[in-house]
Design a protein around this ligand. Structure first.
Ligand SMILES: [Zn+2]
Length: 164
């Protein structure tokens, strides 16, 4: 394994699908517009953490009628980082309530982009926290190991000194 880990030739978006584990690859195949726009990768041991975060973000965007775009996914300082943007606000929905004595008209409360961003941030932060405790090779409980690179490993996958 090289210093930077496995890296395949860059595709049009600046990275290869093999930079991700099977669950995340499946997600990007189903939702190609969710692919990160910038060179991205995720250690295989964190595949289910990232896969869950993407599924949660997708559900958030769907239920709030917001557009979330993933800018970049990577490991940084021994944790999974997901950079995203929330685009626009969901449109106001006009509601007419017809009842006795007349007709009320109003607008639904505006679903603010801020609250969507906050919910998305909670999903992303939870994934980062989980990744700090999961071996990046196998996903089993691990911890941040000191060394030339800050990485998370379980005992079994702790690399030899010569990694650095
Ligand atoms: Zn491991």
């Amino acid at each position: 394994m090289s210093r930077n880990g496995p890296r395949l030739s860059a595709g049009p978006a600046g990275y290869a699908m093999d930079n991700f584990g099977p669950r995340v690859q499946r997600f990007f195949i189903e939702h190609p517009d969710w692919k990160p726009s910038v060179d991205s990768h995720c250690p295989i041991g964190w595949d289910s953490i990232l896969g869950q975060a993407l599924a949660d973000l997708y559900e958030l965007a769907r239920s709030r009628r917001a557009r979330v775009s993933i800018r970049q996914v990577k490991e940084k300082f021994a944790e999974l980082r997901i950079y995203f943007r929330v685009a626009g606000e969901s449109p106001q929905i006009h509601i007419d309530i017809v009842g006795e004595g007349g007709r009320l008209s109003g607008r639904s409360p505006r679903a603010s982009a801020d609250s969507i961003r906050e919910a998305a941030m909670a999903i992303v932060n939870r994934a980062s926290e989980e990744s700090r405790k999961a071996c990046e090779v196998c996903g089993q409980p691990g911890s941040v190991r000191p060394g030339g690179w800050l990485r998370v490993f379980c005992d079994e996958h702790l690399p030899d000194e010569n990694l650095d």
